[in-house]
Write a protein that binds this ligand. Structure first.
Ligand code: GLA
Length: 466
C-alpha cells in the first residue's frame, strides 16, 4: 500500500483547549497500561441544521461539527491485542480482543462494538491481514443516544487511530466514505452525513455535504444567529431498535415502486435521488409524481411484492435488511414526500445563507420548523417529549426549531437571535428541565449554544508539553 497525501496533514499541532483533557486521559492511560500514549485521535460529534433522513436517499445535508467529541489515547503493543479502556468506567467496561480475531455483536450494541466497526473497516480498507496491537483509553463527551452522533464519532475516531498506528495516511473524504460503510457492521444502514462532517468539518463554518462523490462546501451562517442544542433526555439508540432501518427500507421501496411504475428496471434503483435523476424530474415534480403514483394507506408486503412482480422471499433480498424481515406494512408515500420536500429545504437553506437577504434568519427559521413538522408528521421520527421541547423553544424565542439526528428522542436544535440567547436558555430551562428531576440534574450538559467546530485529527503526545 503506497502512502497517499492527505488534503491536510492529519497531524495537527496540539490545541490549547484540549490539553487539560488529554492530560486527564493520559493519566488514566498510564495507570492502566504503565506506559505513555504516543498519540491522540479525536473525532467530533455533529448537529444537523437541516436535511434529516435524506443522506441515505442520496441527498445533500447541512450539518456542523460540535465541540463534543471522542478522544482516544493510543500506544502500540507487541502482543497483537486491542485493549480498550474508558475514562467513564462506570458506564463503559474494559474490552480486549486480538487484532486479527474479533467479532462485532449486532444484537448488543455496546460501546466497544463501535470501536470494532472502525477497526475492522480500516484493516479491510488497508488490506492488512493483521494490524498493530493497540492500547487505548477512550474519552467521550458526546451525550450517547441523543442524535449528536456519538456512535459515528467513536467509529471515525477508532478508524483514524487504526490508520495512524499502522503508519498510513488517507484523504479525508476517503476515510469518511469508508467509515460510513463500516458503521453498517453494527446493523444500522445510515447514510454518510455523520462521518463526512466528523472528518471534513472546519472551525467556524457549517457544511453542505453532497454525496457520490462526497463533497463538503462551506456554508456561512447569518450573523447574529446562534444555534442552541437542547436534549429531550429521551434516549434513542438506533442500533438497538429497527425503526431506523424500517425508514431506510420504506424509502427504498418507494424508489423501486416509482421506478417500476415509470418503466425503469426497478432492481437497479435503491435511492430516491437516483430515480429522480433517471426520470429527469425537479424535486417539486418528483413530489407530484409521488402523490400521483403512491397511495396514502400503508403498503402490505404482499402488495409490494405483487407490484414489483417478485415473491415475498425475493423481496427480502432485493429490498429488506436483516432486522426488517418481519415488517408487514410500509408507509411508502409519506416517507417519500418527506424526503423530496426535505431535500428541497436543504437547497433553499443553502441559497438563503449564500444570498443573505434582509430577512435571512426568519426564512431559515421557517425552513427549520417546516423540517420538524415533516419529520414529525410524514417521517414519524419524533417523540412527544421532543415535540413539546421544540414548541417550548419556539415560545422561548427561537426563530426555528427542529429535531436533529435520527430522532425518536434525542436533541432539538434551535436558531436563536444572538441577543436573546440568555433569555432563551433561561426559559427553556424553566419550562422543560426544572419541573422534572430526571432532566434538571442533566441541564448543563443538555442545553447549550454551539459553534461550528473543527474536524477529526491526530495529535502527537510529544507535542503536548510544547
Ligand atoms: C443518523 C444516521 C445519518 C442520518 C441521520 C438522520 O444520524 O447515521 O446518516 O441518516 O441519522 O438524518
Amino acid at each position: 500500500m503506497t502512502l497517499k497525501m492527505a488534503e491536510e496533514p492529519p497531524v495537527l499541532s496540539f490545541p490549547q483547549e484540549i490539553k487539560p483533557r488529554c492530560e486527564k486521559i493520559k493519566t488514566a492511560f498510564c495507570s492502566k497500561y504503565g506506559q505513555e500514549p504516543s498519540f491522540y485521535a479525536r473525532a467530533p460529534g455533529r448537529v444537523n441544521l437541516i436535511g434529516e433522513h435524506i443522506d441515505y436517499c442520496g441527498y445533500s445535508v447541512l450539518p456542523m461539527a460540535i465541540e463534543q467529541d471522542v478522544i482516544i489515547a493510543v500506544g502500540k503493543n507487541d502482543s497483537g491485542d486491542i485493549n480498550l479502556g474508558n475514562t467513564n468506567q462506570e458506564l463503559y467496561r474494559d474490552f480486549t480482543c486480538k487484532v486479527d480475531n474479533f467479532s462485532i455483536n449486532k444484537s448488543d450494541p455496546q460501546w466497544h462494538n463501535y470501536f470494532l466497526c472502525g477497526l475492522r473497516g480500516m484493516l479491510e480498507h488497508l488490506k492488512l491481514e493483521s494490524g498493530v496491537g493497540m492500547n487505548c483509553m477512550v474519552d467521550g463527551t458526546v451525550p450517547p443516544s441523543s442524535g449528536l452522533s456519538s456512535s459515528s464519532a467513536m467509529v471515525c475516531c477508532a478508524a483514524l487511530a487504526t490508520m495512524y498506528v499502522n503508519g498510513h495516511c488517507m484523504q479525508k473524504s476517503e476515510i469518511a466514505d469508508m467509515c460510513a460503510h463500516c458503521e453498517h457492521y453494527i446493523g444500522t444502514e445510515g447514510g454518510g452525513m455523520d462521518q463526512a462532517i466528523s472528518f471534513m468539518a472546519k472551525q467556524g463554518t457549517a457544511k453542505l455535504i453532497e454525496f457520490n462523490p462526497l463533497r463538503a462546501t462551506d456554508v456561512v451562517l447569518p450573523d447574529g444567529a446562534v444555534f442552541v442544542i437542547s436534549n429531550s433526555c429521551v434516549e434513542s439508540n438506533k442500533a438497538a431498535a429497527s425503526h431506523f432501518n424500517i425508514r431506510v427500507v420504506e424509502c427504498r421501496l418507494a424508489t423501486q415502486i416509482l421506478a417500476k411504475s415509470k418503466g425503469l428496471n426497478w432492481r437497479d434503483y435503491k435511492r430516491l435521488a437516483d430515480v429522480q435523476k433517471a426520470l429527469k424530474l425537479t424535486l417539486e415534480e418528483a413530489l407530484e409524481v409521488v402523490k400521483e403514483v403512491l397511495h396514502e394507506e400503508p403498503y402490505t408486503k404482499e402488495e409490494v411484492a405483487q407490484i414489483l412482480g417478485v415473491s415475498k422471499e425475493e423481496l427480502a433480498n432485493t429490498s429488506l435488511s436483516a432486522n426488517t424481515l418481519d415488517v408487514q406494512s410500509f408507509k411508502v408515500r409519506d416517507r417519500a414526500c418527506h424526503v423530496f420536500s426535505e431535500a428541497n429545504r436543504v437547497l433553499q437553506f443553502k441559497k438563503i445563507c449564500d444570498t443573505s437577504p434582509a430577512d435571512a434568519k426568519d426564512q431559515l427559521g421557517q425552513l427549520m420548523s417546516a423540517s420538524h413538522a415533516s419529520c414529525r408528521d410524514l417521517y414519524e421520527c419524533s417523540h412527544p417529549d421532543l415535540d413539546r421541547l421544540v414548541n417550548i423553544c419556539i415560545e422561548a424565542g427561537a426563530l426555528g426549531s427542529r429535531l436533529t439526528g435520527a430522532g425518536w428522542g434525542g436533541c432539538a436544535v434551535s436558531m436563536v437571535p444572538a441577543n436573546q440567547v440568555q433569555t432563551f436558555i433561561k426559559t427553556v430551562k424553566e419550562k422543560y428541565y426544572d419541573a422534572d428531576p430526571n432532566r434538571s440534574t442533566k441541564v448543563t450538559s443538555s442545553l447549550f449554544a454551539s459553534q461550528p467546530g473543527g474536524g477529526a485529527a491526530i495529535y502527537i503526545q510529544s507535542q503536548i508539553s510544547d
